[in-house]
Design a protein around this ligand. Structure first.
Ligand SMILES: NC(=O)C1=CN([C@@H]2O[C@H](COP(=O)(O)OP(=O)(O)OC[C@H]3O[C@@H](n4cnc5c(N)ncnc54)[C@H](OP(=O)(O)O)[C@@H]3O)[C@@H](O)[C@H]2O)C=CC1
Ligand SMILES: CC(C)(CO)C(=O)C(=O)O
Length: 302
């Protein structure tokens, strides 16, 4: 398959590197990472140890491929969709965290947009080198649920590249479960400045569990069957599998970058408000991250 990975930071470089073992991959990212990949290839370390030579570019306009995999941050989705719309793809797949990415992509793109979740842990260590800090899985499928040939084809492409992959017919529920995982893990690790494994025991464990439980209740308000225990178990499962990972939001805080709080905890708060439900843990996590962004990041809210 010809695959474009749009947003070759931590996760995009890991997924793109794994896919490049079997497929013709083009990474769209930023210099100096793109320049290093063009010069010397991409090294994938940590839980893997191999090198590949995908194409890499900083210009995502006018590309064509069987599949576009989107791995930019949620707040960059709209711009990514507009850039991808200048090219031609049979399908697009979001592997991003947060809610609403697929709808934003579908507003720009003519091709089917698949939903996806990833629980691999990834950190871009230096230009040309990404570390896999935890093996997880990719779950993908039609964004509204059900089955589709393009989802099966994407699932096969990921599977043959050695990525643990499930093609699912219940993506709306899977997205809410992943939202519960990220509502629990990302903000808590970013604020406490701990790796994911610190949520398995210790004082921050209850914070993550409560944020996940609140998310499950809001999911049920939306007609999605996600139990409190299922959400908490999902947090524990992912925290264990990615114990050594610096979550993507903690990576943002360390780099003084805008976070995805709006698409994660703040999304839970907004949906809860519509149902007259209070979600104090998600609200507190949101407000603390917003306060940090206001004092640190140049333009956190557009
Ligand atoms: N890291 C992880 O372990 C995991 C991350 N995720 C999710 O995956 C998504 C990506 O996260 P992560 O990889 O950590 O984020 P990163 O910030 O590391 O990667 C995104 C990259 O895309 C680049 N980018 C954005 N817009 C463009 C553009 N128009 N052209 C070229 N490059 C662009 C960004 O550059 P710049 O910053 O300069 O704009 C950045 O390098 C998020 O939704 C995250 O929540 C999910 C599971 C695990
Ligand atoms: C899977 C997990 C929790 C890995 O850290 C993640 O999604 C993230 O960091 O954004």
């Amino acid at each position: 398959m010809d695959i474009v990975v749009f947003g070759a930071g931590s996760l995009g470089s890991l997924v793109g590197g794994l896919l490049a073992r079997e497929h013709a991959v083009t990474l769209v990212g930023r210099d100096p990472h793109v320049a290093a990949v063009r010069e010397s290839g991409l090294r994938v370390g940590g839980r893997f140890d191999f090198a590949v030579r995908p194409d890499a570019t900083t210009d995502g306009t006018g590309l064509a491929a069987d599949l576009a995999v989107v791995t930019v941050k949620a707040f960059d989705t709209e711009a990514a969709g507009e850039t991808l719309a200048t090219g031609a793809f049979d399908a697009a797949l979001s592997l991003q965290n947060g809610m609403g990415n697929e709808e934003v992509l579908a507003d720009s793109l003519d091709c089917p947009v698949l939903a996806g979740t990833a629980t691999y842990g990834a950190v871009l260590r230096e230009p040309g080198e990404v570390e896999c800090t935890g093996r997880g899985e990719v779950v993908l499928g039609p964004r509204g649920g059900g089955t589709a040939d393009v989802a099966d084809a994407a699932g096969r492409a990921f599977g043959t590249a050695g990525i643990e992959t499930t093609v699912a017919d219940d993506m709306p529920r899977r997205l809410w479960e992943k939202l519960a995982v990220n509502a629990g893990i990302n903000a808590t690790t970013a604020l406490a400045r701990v790796e994911n494994g610190a949520l398995l025991d210790g004082p921050a464990r209850d914070v993550a569990a409560d944020a996940a439980r609140e998310t499950a209740r809001v999911a049920r308000d939306q007609g999605v069957e996600l139990g409190d225990d299922e959400a908490v178990n999902a947090v524990e499962r992912v925290a264990e599998a990615t114990a050594a990972n610096t979550s993507s939001m903690y990576q943002d805080v360390l780099a003084d970058r805008r976070t995805e709080v709006e698409a994660i905890n703040e999304y839970v708060v907004a949906r809860a408000r519509e149902a007259d439900r209070t979600v104090p843990v998600n609200r507190t996590l949101t407000n603390l991250l917003r306060a940090w962004e206001n004092g640190t990041v140049e333009h956190p809210q557009e």
